[in-house]
Design a protein around this ligand. Structure first.
Ligand SMILES: Cc1cc2nc3c(=O)[nH]c(=O)nc-3n(C[C@H](O)[C@H](O)[C@H](O)COP(=O)(O)OP(=O)(O)OC[C@H]3O[C@@H](n4cnc5c(N)ncnc54)[C@H](O)[C@@H]3O)c2cc1C
Length: 316
């Protein structure tokens, strides 16, 4: 049985760790942050391929993950719900580029559109309560025999000297670790509010006042959002939070009475393209990279993990 060292304990590292263990490898994870403290822990998180490229690869990874999350929702320990969602636009749109990944999506009907919007899509998608899901993934990883160690690396060379096979799932950390100058943060701020009887999610990336999304979960709703390229401030901004609430209330009046529970900020790992790729090192050692998932790390997680296993198998 061959050893694999995975760097990172977000959704990418845990999903890869699980798939590698299931494929018969011995797996350890080294991570600076444990799962609940990662960007993955901040995600909204609805299945939707947002700010991740190239589209032709992303649609395939997204389709695999859609199917897997839909199957996992039957286990209440995963924290996965299925919600019907509306994606709305203030102008006419073509068929969605991601349509092949979602069985049964349809065009929105005129009576379903809020005032000021002219087109959109309606589809069912998994909504993932990340604190619950990450706990589930971590337990599944550990029950399969995996181990997580808190450890901060300054380069991947440190990892390669310990293990001949390294899987790099370090998210934004790949900017320094790989090192990869094309990786950049896309700051996202969200407001968690109490449930007020909402069931449908709403995605509005092009509204007149800016990005707005409403993700209803069992006991609360996540309101978003922002997507600021290059911004790294992790403290929530009060004005930004008020603006998010106002944009979401304009789409859903019932949110006007929703109590605010929490403010959160995360730095999405942006990159011109998701990097799932093998890099050969000296002495037959290898690194398989899996990072740069932008605003879609959960949406791509199982598809990319399967690809990582294929690449690892190819190494040895
Ligand atoms: C506000 C917001 C909303 C979002 N909503 C969605 C959504 O609805 N759907 C969706 O699919 N995605 C969403 N995302 C995007 C998603 O959160 C990310 O794409 C995903 O979390 C990336 O996961 P990852 O495991 O690759 O990276 P991370 O979760 O960032 O994990 C990286 C891991 O690498 C470790 N690491 C980094 N550097 C080092 C180092 N030097 N040494 C050791 N370890 C290191 C970290 O400690 C961590 O354990 C959202 C993000 C934000 C911020």
């Amino acid at each position: 049985m061959q050893d694999v060292l995975v760097i990172g304990a977000g959704v990418s590292g845990l999903s890869c760790g699980i798939r590698l263990l299931e494929a018969g490898y011995r797996v350890r994870i080294w991570a600076r942050d444990l799962p609940q403290q990662t960007t993955s822990g901040v995600a909204a998180a609805v299945w939707y391929p947002y700010k991740a490229y190239p589209e032709d690869l992303v649609v395939g990874w997204s389709r695999v993950t859609y199917t897997e999350l839909m199957a996992l929702r039957h286990d209440p320990a995963t924290g996965i719900l299925v919600r019907t969602g509306l994606e709305i636009f203030p102008w006419p749109v073509d068929e969605p580029w991601w349509g092949a990944a979602v069985p049964g999506y349809r065009r929105i009907a005129a009576h379903e559109l809020p005032a000021g919007y002219v087109d959109g899509y309606v589809f069912d998608a998994p909504v993932v309560e990340m604190p619950i899901y990450l706990r589930y993934l971590q337990q599944r990883f550990e029950q399969l025999g995996g181990a997580i160690e808190v450890r901060t690396l300054s380069s991947l060379a440190e990892a390669v000297t310990t293990s001949p096979l390294v899987v790099n799932c370090s998210g934004l950390g790949a900017r320094e670790l790989a090192p990869d100058a094309s990786v950049f943060p896309i700051r996202g701020q969200v407001v968690r509010v109490a449930q007020v009887g909402l069931s449908n999610f709403v995605l509005d990336d092009y509204g007149p006042r800016g990005i707005a999304y409403i993700i209803p979960r069992n006991d609360d709703c996540i309101l978003g959002g922002t997507a600021e390229d290059g911004a790294e401030e992790l403290a929530p901004d009060a004005h930004t939070a008020e603006a998010i609430q106002a944009r979401c209330q304009a789409l859903e009046a019932r949110l006007g009475t929703a109590a605010v529970l929490e403010h959160k900020v995360g730095l999405r790992p942006g990159r011109p393209t998701v990097r799932v790729e093998q890099q050969s090192c000296a002495n037959g050692q290898a690194i398989v990279h899996n990072y740069g998932h932008g605003g879609a790390g959960i949406t791509l997680s199982w598809g990319c993990a399967d690809e990582v296993v294929r690449l690892v198998r190819g190494v040895g």
